[in-house]
Design a protein around this ligand. Structure first.
Ligand code: COA
Length: 259
């Protein structure tokens, strides 16, 4: 299969999806979500693909977030749907019924961190950086970050990452439980393959049911996601959001007016 914004390859029973917009640090735009939906349909229906690895093209970035130029276009009637659309694709990854490993090769910011968190497990290269920097733009995470980060690293640390917008390095991400493993960059893809193949060497019905049961422990995730989408929708249409996004695109510091 060919995609505008993804590279897709299947080796034995493992598919690798590479988000491929390196000039924009693999930011998630409408087309990436369209392509991801199509590839997830294909993988979901395939008898031959048993596990998946998701990574980013180029040496610098896994995914540097939702595409900020698209957030700039949002208005009161589209902002909440923008969040819900991304959440739905990430929910599909989380509930694919096949193990999905995020191989985090660089920046995993905003939607990139959220994408990694929706995967079953996360392996990071030593140079990877994680963060939820939305607050720097005057908005909030909208693809499940407010929900999955709390579940992975706890409320206190999640509050700190989301309210400061600070990035953390791979070692710190490992220390606080955001990633499962950190390896040198050259070992990233082999390590991700090793991990997924280890899981695939077990009983696949048991693996599928384990993922389903663990995900079911989050019975209020849905409620939290819908609250997040509503609040993202409100945040993305404030004057502060316009200023924060304009400042990013003009490569300057924002001047927030708290409205
Ligand atoms: N959306 C759209 N474009 C993005 C992007 C995003 N989330 N992240 C990076 N880009 C673009 C930049 O605008 C730039 O485009 P240009 O070459 O046309 O100017 C290109 O990708 C390279 O990014 P640049 O900022 O020049 O690289 P850098 O090495 O100086 O900084 C980052 C890297 C990741 C620190 C910086 O790009 C960044 O802060 N990105 C936004 C992260 C973010 O806020 N994500 C959450 C979005 S909701």
């Amino acid at each position: 299969m060919k995609f505008e914004t993804l590279m897709y390859a299947v080796e034995e029973t493992v598919a690798t999806i590479t988000i491929n917009r390196p000039d924009k640090l693999n930011a998630l735009n409408k087309q990436v979500f369209k392509d991801l939906t199509a590839v997830l349909d294909e993988i979901g229906n395939s008898q031959n693909v048993h596990g998946v690895i998701i990574t980013g093209a180029g040496p610098k970035s896994f995914v540097a977030g939702a595409d900020i130029t698209e957030i700039q276009q949002l208005n009161a009637s589209t902002a909440k749907d923008f969040s819900t659309r991304g959440q739905n694709v990430l929910n599909r990854i989380e509930n694919l019924g096949k193990p999905v490993i995020a191989a985090v090769n660089g920046f995993a910011l905003g939607g990139g961190c959220e994408l990694a968190m929706a995967c079953t497990l996360r392996v990071a290269s030593e140079s990877a950086k994680f963060g939820q920097p939305e607050v720097n733009l005057g908005i909030i995470p909208g693809y499940g970050g407010t929900q999955r980060l709390v579940r992975l690293i706890g409320k206190g640390r999640a509050m700190e990452m989301i309210l400061t917008g600070d990035m953390i390095d791979a070692r710190e991400a490992y220390r606080i439980g955001l990633v499962n493993k950190v390896v040198p960059a050259v070992e990233l893809m082999p390590e991700a393959r090793l991990l997924v193949n280890k899981i695939l060497s077990k009983g696949q019905i048991a693996v599928r049911y384990s993922i389903e049961a663990i995900n079911a422990s989050d019975s209020i995730l849905c409620e939290g996601l819908s609250r997040e989408a509503a609040l993202f929708g409100l945040s993305a249409t404030t004057d502060d959001a316009h200023e924060g996004i304009e400042a990013f695109l003009e490569k300057r510091f924002p001047k927030f007016k708290q409205k």
